[in-house]
Structures are given as structure tokens and as C-alpha cells.
Design a protein around this ligand. Structure first.
Ligand code: NAD
Length: 435
């Protein structure tokens, strides 16, 4: 850490989570259990990964916390908002992701995490009808109330820094519209005018976070901070933002597997991805307007890995389809099928089938931890605006589409970006190219 220019991670880190459902409670329970030495934070890059720093005879492989100052799991304090009043213990039990034996040892800590009233609008998630909801006179008032929650949490918990993480339900699709989302002034005007069609509740959370000195991470596919108005606010407040959509099961496989096809110069005719899942996330996504948000996010992965313009013979005409089916018996144990129609020498067709019997929240929990810790690191390193080095964790990485910037979806290139950012923040030399 000799040359690191990162401010040290002193004091406590408050992680304020929007949504206290399956993902959030699995994340919180795991952190609390790991603190007691009763579970291992498997899948977390910040807890396990080692990065090479230095070159040749000088090279070493170090954990992130040996390269840059990082908080430990003991430094984390949780807070949450939810539409339903259940505390984190009750919600973890209801979610049925973890066995009771893995929840009971931290029951008291979980029971103490009681959700604050949600900033919610039923039009954005019709299938939810909890009553732990703020009464708001406008979207502006909604943001003001969330700001007050953040200030109160800071005061009561004594945390040194706060980050906000959205792990709440996917909202209906809000297409970026430059009239309302193009500048900060336009966004604020729409919030004051209570323009409920263009200002999602998630935007009020993000706005409040940035106004209260908290970096913001969007774990759902919502377009919340993926609009120029929020980029402007992040620049103005010098805070990092990241999104969108945790890259957990099928898209992780896709962004890791597509490079096999692309590297071996095989052709692609089609990629059909379908899922069955039965948790509350699946229920919300069963609503077409909410699924649309997810579909846009999931579809974006392949096009920047298998690029038609680069290899017209191989990738100019493939059919990419993604489906999610709500199927209650499976609960959180999602099954994701991929059927990949490829072609080889002289155009002869072949098929690859992948059947991933995964656990949604088990895959998402370590991403919550890593994103929260790394966005806090980015802030301490003085980085602000969209954090592209966090693309590794995200299905649909934010990029400046107004400048035709192409997002990096290739898993191994994203990993290089992640490693390079950590190296740079640690005062080491980064590799020059990511490909
Ligand atoms: N688990 C995964 O693999 C994965 C991957 C990518 C993205 N995600 C996203 O993560 C999110 C959480 O997933 P989950 O399985 O925990 O869902 P969940 O339904 O169990 O939990 C979401 C919670 O958010 C609450 N909520 C909804 N709107 C809210 C608001 N405006 N304010 C406060 N709380 C609100 C709901 O009441 C619910 O309790 C979803 O958007 C999902 O699409 C999950």
C-alpha cells in the first residue's frame, strides 16, 4: 500500500440497502455469519481474489486489502427500506433461501434491521402491495424524505461513510428521455412537478443518496442512474455511481461463454435463453412491463462480444432471445437454460446446451458485498461518475450512450478493467490494454 493515494477506510461503513428481500437478507445474513466465523463469503472477489501487482521478478499476488485500504466485514453497519414491514430476520425466513440453522445464530442482529418506510409507487411494481410506504406529496418530497432517512441513519449509527445499494424489485421500464433525464435541471424540475411517469421512485433514492454524500449502486436493471442527469449530479457531487443489474447466473455464463465462440472463430445462428424461477423477483418479472426492463438489460450482453461488423460471416445474423418464466415450485432455485446454435467449418451447424441449476440470491449476495465495498473504495480514491471497472459485476454496464460508447461485456476484459483499477488505486502500474 506504499504508493496508494486512497483515503484509509477508517470508522464504520453504512450500507443502506433499498429492498429487504431475498438478495438483501442473504447478503446481510452471510456477512453477519462470516463475522462470527460461522460461514465463508464464497464468491466474493474482495474477500478471496488475489491480483498480480508488479512485473517480472517483482511480481506478487495480493488480496485487494493488501493493495488498497478496505473495510473489514466487522466495519459494516446495515440499514434498509422495504414496502413490507418484516425485519431482516423475518424476511430471511420468508425468502427460504437459507436454512434456519444458517440464520438463527445471527437472529438478534437481523431482527434489529427494521425496514424504513419505502419510497414506493405501485404503478412501478403492480404485484407488490405492502403498506410500509411513505406518504409523499411529490417526487421531490419523496427524495427529501429519503434524504432525511440517510441523515438520521448517519446520526444514530455513527457511521463514517454511507453507500446506497438498490436490491429492490425491478421497476417498470423507464426509457431514457432527454427532455426529463437529459440534464440535472430537467430532472429536478420533473421531480418538483411530480412527473410520476418519468421519475421512478428509484431515481428519488439515487438523487437522495448523491445529495447526502453516498455513492449509489443499481443492482436491478432499472435505468435510474443510467441517464445524463444522474451522471451530471455524480460529477457535481464528486461521487461514484454504478449499474446496472447484478450479473449472477445466466448472463455470467453468457459473458464467459460467448468469448469461447468468438475466440475460436465459430459462427452463431442463435442463442435462446430461458429461465424458471419462483421467488418474489420472478413474480414481479412476470408482469410484462417489469420484464421489459430485464429484457433490455439481458439482451445487451452478446452484441458487444460477438460483433457483426468485425466478423460479418460469423455474427451478422444471429437470433438472440431471453425469457423469464415465473414458476413458484422452484422459489429462489432458478434454472437457466441456454440453447446455443453455432456453426463451424463450411457452415455446418452444431448445438451447445447449458443447464445452470443455480441459486439466485446465493450468486447475488457476494456481488452486493463487492459492489458496496468497491464503490466506497472508488469514493475514497477520489473517483466519480460511472465506475466502468465495476462492469465485471453487472449485466448491463453503464456507458455513455450519448457519445456512442460501446460497453465492455466480455467477462475477461471486464476482469482486466477491475484488476487495473485496483492496481492504479494501489499505486501500481496497470496493464495498458484490456484485450
Ligand atoms: N438474484 C439475482 O440473481 C439477481 C440478479 C440480478 C438482479 N437482481 C435484482 O435484484 C433485485 C432483488 O431481487 P430479490 O430476489 O431480492 O427480490 P425480492 O422480491 O425478494 O426483494 C425485493 C424487495 O424490494 C422491495 N421493494 C420493491 N420496491 C421497493 C421500493 N421502491 N423501496 C423499497 N423496497 C422496495 C420489495 O418489497 C421486496 O421485498 C431485483 O430487482 C432483481 O431483479 C437479482
Amino acid at each position: 500500500m506504499a504508493n496508494s493515494n486512497v483515503k484509509p477506510a477508517t470508522g464504520k461503513l453504512g450500507i443502506m440497502v433499498v429492498g429487504l428481500g431475498a438478495v438483501s437478507t442473504t447478503f446481510m445474513t452471510g456477512v453477519l455469519m462470516a463475522r462470527k466465523g460461522l460461514a465463508k463469503p464464497v464468491g466474493s472477489m474482495t474477500q478471496y481474489d488475489k491480483i498480480r501487482v508488479g512485473r517480472g521478478a517483482e511480481k506478487k499476488y495480493l488480496h485487494y486489502s493488501d493493495i488498497v485500504s478496505m473495510p473489514t466485514l466487522n466495519d459494516i453497519v446495515f440499514a434498509a427500506w422495504d414496502v413490507y414491514p418484516a425485519n431482516a430476520y423475518e424476511s430471511a425466513i420468508n425468502a427460504e433461501v437459507l436454512k434456519e440453522k444458517d440464520i438463527e445464530p445471527v437472529k438478534d442482529e437481523l431482527m434489529a434491521i427494521k425496514p424504513m418506510k419505502a419510497a414506493f409507487d405501485k404503478n412501478y411494481a403492480k404485484r407488490l402491495d405492502g403498506d410500509n410506504v411513505k406518504k409523499c406529496t411529490s417526487r421531490w418530497d419523496m427524495a427529501e424524505q429519503i434524504r432525511e432517512d440517510i441523515r438520521n441513519f448517519k446520526k444514530e449509527s455513527g457511521v463514517d461513510r454511507v453507500v446506497m445499494l438498490w436490491a429492490a424489485s425491478t421497476e417498470i421500464y423507464v426509457a431514457p428521455d432527454m427532455k426529463y433525464h437529459g440534464t440535472l435541471a430537467a430532472l429536478e424540475e420533473a421531480m418538483k412537478a411530480d412527473d410520476t411517469a418519468h421519475i421512478a421512485p428509484s431515481m428519488c433514492y439515487a438523487y437522495a443518496a448523491l445529495m447526502e454524500d453516498a455513492p449509489f449502486v443499481m443492482g436491478a436493471p432499472n435505468t435510474t442512474v443510467d441517464i445524463p442527469a444522474m451522471w451530471e449530479l455524480a460529477e457535481k457531487t464528486c461521487l461514484p455511481i454504478a449499474g446496472k443489474d447484478f450479473k449472477t447466473g445466466q448472463t455470467l455464463v453468457k459473458s464467459g461463454f460467448a468469448p469461447i465462440i468468438g475466440t475460436r472463430m465459430l459462427g452463431l445462428n442463435g442463442w435462446f435463453s430461458t429461465n424458471i424461477l419462483g421467488n418474489r423477483d420472478g413474480l414481479v418479472l412476470d408482469e410484462p412491463a417489469n420484464f421489459r426492463t430485464k429484457e433490455v438489460s439481458k439482451l445487451s450482453t452478446l452484441e458487444s462480444i460477438l460483433v457483426a461488423e468485425n466478423q460479418p460471416d460469423l455474427y451478422s445474423d444471429y437470433y438472440h432471445k431471453v425469457r423469464i418464466n415465473y414458476y413458484p415450485p422452484r422459489n429462489d432455485n432458478k434454472e437457466g437454460w441456454d440453447n446455443i446454435d453455432i456453426f463451424g467449418w463450411m457452415g455446418y451447424p452444431m448445438q451447445i446446451k447449458i443447464d445452470f441449476l443455480c441459486r439466485d440470491s446465493i450468486l447475488a449476495a457476494p456481488l452486493c458485498l463487492d459492489l458496496a465495498l468497491l464503490i466506497d473504495l472508488a469514493r475514497r480514491a477520489g473517483r466519480y461518475g460511472t465506475q466502468r471497472f465495476l462492469s465485471f459485476f453487472l449485466k448491463s454496464p453503464m456507458h455513455d450512450y450519448t457519445q456512442d460508447e460501446i460497453p465492455v461485456n466480455h467477462l475477461f476484459q471486464q476482469y482486466v478493467m477491475l484488476k487495473n483499477a485496483i492496481r492504479e488505486m494501489g499505486g501500481y502500474e496497470a496493464d495498458e490494454e484490456i484485450d
